[in-house]
Design a protein around this ligand. Sequence first.
Ligand code: EPZ
Length: 424
Amino acid sequence: MSVLHIIGGRRLSGSVPVQGAKNSVLPILAAALLSDDICVLHNCPRLSDVDASIAILRHLGCRVEQEGDSIAVDSRPMCISEIPHRLMREMRSSVIFLGAILARIGEAELSMPGGCELGPRPIDLHLEALRAMGAEITKRSGNLHCQAARLHGCEIHLSIPSVGATENAMLAAMGADGDVVVHNAAREPEISDLQAFLCAMGAEVSGAGTSQVVIRGGERKKLHGCEHAIIPDRIVAATWLSAAAAAGGEIELTRTIPEQLSTVTDTLRRAGCQVRTGEEQIYLKSAGTLHSVRPIRTQPYPGFPTDAQPPVMAALTLAAGTTLFVETIFENRFRHAGELARMGADIRVVGRVAVVTGVQQLSGAAVEAADLRGGAALVVAALAARGESRISGLAHIDRGYSGLEDTLTLLGADIRRRPEPPIS
Ligand code: EPZ
């Protein structure tokens, strides 16, 4: 096990590119199952979640080659339709493979994805969407047994604009013999990137980015290989901006799509940072003296992203005044508050509301990441804190941040990853 050692209090400066989006490459790797040829993905981040997806593709019989930030998937040899628990438990979002396996093979078996650190992560909307297309799904001793000799067109009405359920419906619909319309679809940029990939394979999909996605029926047969570049990771961009806001300094992010994180840049601007955007760049300058902002409510896209709540909260623990955070998406997404308090932050959590009162200074401490974005929040706070912090629980952080310490070192941070000393 390793630990991040960070000596805080150094201003950040410099220019870094932003990695490809984890939450885009994962569904697109599942979608690659649908092609009768080779698909090549570029700008793929090197992450443990990507490794977990590649392991699943190989288990299903696909050939997968990874070179640098490119991944080639040849799903022609695919012959297996079940994902064992040992692979499912590596990444709960592996449920995204269900729709693609059903569309490709007509049956699927995988273990029920458990909850995660953010709370129970139900998949009822995923299953309702697949059943609407004609899939027969039974749960037996913790496994999902799915049969879909024939998937048909239908209208799906999601009660929540679920990202994963929208993606699973789009992938299963590739095997339907009629049009599928997803109402109240999630509008996240990652949905649009998945649509772009499916269209590059030859499918007819439209409406992504709006609440209604339409998938033309009978597409599976004609899907061919393609090349596709994954969009930048808007949450990683939000994390680096939060770090510079908190520690002070001036940084430039390249290879971004600024409008995809405008709710975050607007918030940091209102907190006292100078923020400018270009075609693919975001520039932020901060004196490190922030002030509180009006309440931040997390919402489905295009609202304030729940994944950016932890790193932005870490920055605003140093903002003069009080900021209210309301977490409307997940029920247990303030686990970083306790660890930030160990560094001197003043955060009171009541249910889905966190009241953050700014403090003059944070102090380095030994803290532990409990989930991916909560871990990112601890890194942001450690960069701004006086003294040394030691952050454990890096397996969470490594799921979503590729080369975190390399990027932050380029920006002037004093950060090193060291083996954890044995418990004496
Ligand atoms: C995706 O998770 C992302 N993960 C999450 O990012 C992100 O926080 C989330 O979307 C919201 O934007 C990936 O894309 C791999 P949802 P997902 O289905 O699809 C409830 C990160 O840090 N719900 O949109 O699982 C659910 O409990 C991760 O990168 C149901 O009730 O999110 C939640 O309250 C964390 N039934 C809400 O909907 C369902 O069948 C939104 O979940 C599905 C979801």
